[in-house]
Design a protein around this ligand. Structure first.
Ligand code: SAH
Length: 260
C-alpha cells in the first residue's frame, strides 16, 4: 500500500502483536479493501485460505502459512488455526489472517475472533466483499431490486456434520423471495425438493455462479426445477441463487463472455 495514500485515508497500521482478520473478496484481486492492502504490506506473517487469489499473496514479503481446506479435506483444524494466531500475536508478530470473501460470512471468522478475544489478543476485523453479494454482481444479478425482492436470505448448505444444514425449508420457502446459498452445490437436489414441497414454483429462475469474479467464472441461468441437473455439472466453487432477481442477469450481464 502506497504510504501517501494510506496517510490520506488515515489508515491505521497493523501493529506488532495484533491480528487483522481480513476479507479478500470473492476472487478478483481488485476487490480487496484499502485496509486489506495495508495489512498485506505490513504483515510479518499471513495465514491464508485456499480461496485467496495468488496475485494478492504475491504482493507480500511476509511468511506465508496455508491454513485452509483443500478438496474438502480438512488439512488444518480450526482450533489449531486459532491457537497459531494467538501464539504468533503473543510472539509480537504482525499477523494477517486472510480469508476469501468476508471473514464473518460462513467463514469461521467469528470463531477465530472469539479465540483472540478470549486470549486477550488485540484484533481488527476488516470486512470483505462476500461471494453471495459480489459474486452476484459479477453475474449481473442485483442481490436486491425493487421490482423483484425486498429481502434476501443467506444460507449455508453445509451443516456442521457435513450434511445438509438442518433448516425448516418450508419456513425458508415462505420467507425472503430471494435465496442465496453458499456451500450448497452438492445439496442442490435436496434443497430443491424441500423448496418445491413447500410450494416454491418449479419455474422460478435460479442461477449457479461458479468461480465468481475469477477468470474462469461461469454463470448458468436455469429454473428451480432444473437446478439439481445444472448443479451436477457445475464447477465445485459455486453460489446458488433462487429468485426473480435472477432474471435481471439477462439485461445486466456486463461480463458477457462469462455466460455459457
Ligand atoms: N467467507 C466467504 C464464504 C466462505 S464459505 C465469503 O464471504 O464469500 C465457501 C463458499 O463460498 C463456497 O462453497 C462457495 O459457495 C462460496 N464462494 C466463495 N467464493 C466463491 C467464488 N469466487 N465463486 C463462487 N462461490 C464462492
Amino acid at each position: 500500500m502506497n504510504k501517501e495514500l494510506a496517510a490520506k485515508l488515515n489508515l491505521p497500521a497493523l501493529e506488532k502483536g495484533w491480528v487483522w482478520l481480513v476479507g479478500a473478496g470473492p476472487g478478483d484481486p481488485g476487490l480487496i479493501t484499502a485496509l486489506g492492502l495495508q495489512a498485506l504490506s505490513q504483515a510479518d506473517v499471513i495465514l491464508y485460505d485456499a480461496l485467496v487469489d495468488e496475485a494478492l499473496m504475491s504482493l507480500s514479503k511476509a511468511e506465508k502459512i496455508y491454513a485452509g481446506k483443500r478438496a474438502g479435506v480438512r488439512s488444518c483444524k480450526q482450533d489449531e488455526i486459532s491457537d497459531l494466531l494467538v501464539t504468533l500475536a503473543k510472539d509480537g508478530k504482525r499477523v494477517l489472517r486472510l480469508k476469501g470473501g468476508d471473514p464473518f460470512v460462513f467463514g469461521r471468522g467469528g470463531e477465530e475472533a472469539q479465540a483472540l478475544a478470549r486470549a486477550r489478543v488485540n484484533f481488527r476485523i476488516v470486512p470483505g466483499i462476500t461471494a453471495g453479494i459480489g459474486g452476484l454482481a459479477y453475474a449481473g444479478i442485483p442481490v436486491t431490486h425493487r421490482d423483484t425482492n425486498h429481502a434476501v436470505t443467506f444460507i449455508t448448505g453445509h451443516g456442521i456434520d457435513g450434511k445438509l444444514t438442518k433448516l425448516d425449508w418450508a419456513a425458508v420457502s415462505r420467507g425472503a423471495p430471494t435465496l442465496v446459498l453458499y456451500m450448497a452445490r452438492k445439496f442442490a437436489g435436496e434443497i430443491t425438493q424441500g423448496l418445491l414441497a413447500a410450494g416454491r414454483s418449479p419455474n422460478e429462475p435460479a442461477a449457479i455462479i461458479a468461480n465468481a469474479a475469477r477468470k474462469d467464472q461461469k454463470v448458468v441461468i436455469t429454473t428451480l426445477a432444473n437446478l439439481p441437473a445444472a448443479a451436477a455439472t457445475a464447477p465445485t466453487l459455486a453460489i446458488l441463487v433462487i429468485g426473480e432477481n435472477v432474471r435481471l442477469a439477462k439485461e445486466l450481464n456486463w461480463m458477457a463472455e462469462a455466460f455459457a
